[in-house]
Design a protein around this ligand. Structure first.
Ligand code: ATP
Ligand code: MG
Length: 348
């Protein structure tokens, strides 16, 4: 069996550090390991339109921004095929046939869709396109026979939905589709990085993000206004580490070597946490530490991104080339799908 990787992002804004730890880091590891036959990264503009249909320009503009983020972190067009979802029209055909294999009740039960519906202002007027986006995600995956899907854990219900559709299809029409598997981050704390507001997951739509493209000043300002423990008022007060955004970020981003470099009075994160719990450690100090770590991580990405920005034509060329390849593959697989269903009339 071929090893095919597929993943993607919605072009609803620049990519943020939640994307990095939740999915991009894994993508880079997979790229470097090289243990795959094909590797696709899709910019899910059609999916983004399901809740941004009134703002096409925003989605369109962000296609380039997301590509800049990909290349700035080191994803390599020689190793990965990048493509735009709406330019591969075969995907909508896959979706159309899969719609028959899913019930409305099943879609309404999807926990991620439920959570996202709560955040949007559709009230009782839920667009069908939005409710059915897990079906189109199944199309995106199966159109390329992908089985390895590096994503954050909010995507698990989508992958489960895809597996169910694959099984239904195979039962009805013959074993031609493969069941995909999610590949989660190694660090459990990165499954769903919380936003800087400490409330929901960091998400482009919620305005609680530190972006890969943020300036030094923006990062600093966001870190210093982060939510910590509301009862930790004076330095000497005992503080809570659990649910404290700064510590949640330190769990994900700090490395043992950061202590010697930026906070030599502590040997490890456990020691720092103990002191915070006991009292006597101020928020300023932990925020400064986190700021140093994030600045060091984001500086080279931002600098590469600024360079890449100067040549956007080249980026669209990469995307066009990848999209042409994706079209060809999706087309071949669509013929197979329709043949399995018995709806090929003219080319048997
Ligand atoms: P939107 O608000 O438009 O849905 P988003 O920030 O949720 O945007 P997506 O494009 O929906 O981003 O997600 C892209 C990928 O990044 C998915 O694999 C998702 O699991 C992962 N991801 C998104 N946000 C986080 C997060 N806060 N922590 C970990 N992974 C995340
Ligand atoms: Mg999302």
């Amino acid at each position: 069996m071929k090893k095919i990787i597929l993943t993607g992002d919605r072009p609803t804004g620049h990519l943020h550090i939640g994307h990095y730890v939740g999915s991009l880091k894994r993508r880079l590891e997979l790229q470097e390991k090289g243990d795959y036959d094909e590797y696709y990264i899709m910019i899910a503009d059609a999916q983004a339109l399901t809740d941004n249909f009134g703002n096409v320009q925003k989605v369109k503009d962000n296609v380039l921004q997301v590509m800049l983020d990909y290349l700035a972190i080191g994803l390599d067009p020689n190793k990965v095929t990048f493509f735009v979802q709406s330019e591969v029209s075969e995907l909508t055909e896959f979706t159309f046939y899969y719609m028959n294999l899913v019930t409305l009740a099943r879609l309404e039960r999807n926990p991620t869709v439920k959570e996202e519906l709560k955040q949007k202002s559709f009230s009782n007027n839920i667009p069908m396109g939005f409710l059915t986006y897990p079906v189109s995600q199944t199309a995106d995956i199966t159109a390329f026979n992908a089985t390895i899907i590096p994503v954050g854990d909010d995507q698990l219900p989508m992958i489960e939905q895809a597996r169910e559709i694959v099984r239904s299809f195979n039962n009805l029409y013959g074993e031609i589709l493969l069941e995909p598997k999610a590949v989660l981050p190694e660090n459990e704390n990165a499954f769903r990085l919380v936003g800087t507001d400490g409330k929901a997951k960091m998400s482009k739509s919620l305005n609680n993000c530190i972006y890969l493209s943020d300036s030094e000043e923006e990062i600093k300002q966001k870190v210093f206004s982060m939510y910590t423990d509301p009862d930790h008022i004076h330095v000497e007060d005992p503080g809570k580490v659990e649910g404290n955004t700064v510590f949640m970020y330190l769990d994900v981003f700090s490395k043992p070597t950061d202590f010697a470099k930026y906070l030599p009075e502590y040997k490890s994160l456990d020691e720092l946490k103990d002191h915070y719990r006991r009292g006597g450690l101020g928020d300023m100090k932990i925020k400064k530490f986190l700021n140093n770590i994030l600045q060091e991580f984001l500086r080279p990405i931002r600098e590469r991104r600024l360079e890449l920005e100067k040549n956007s034509d080249k980026i669209f060329e990469i995307l066009k080339k990848g999209t042409m390849k994706a079209r060809k593959v999706a087309h071949e697989n669509l013929i197979k799908l329709k043949t399995a269903m018995g709806i090929n009339y003219f080319n048997n």
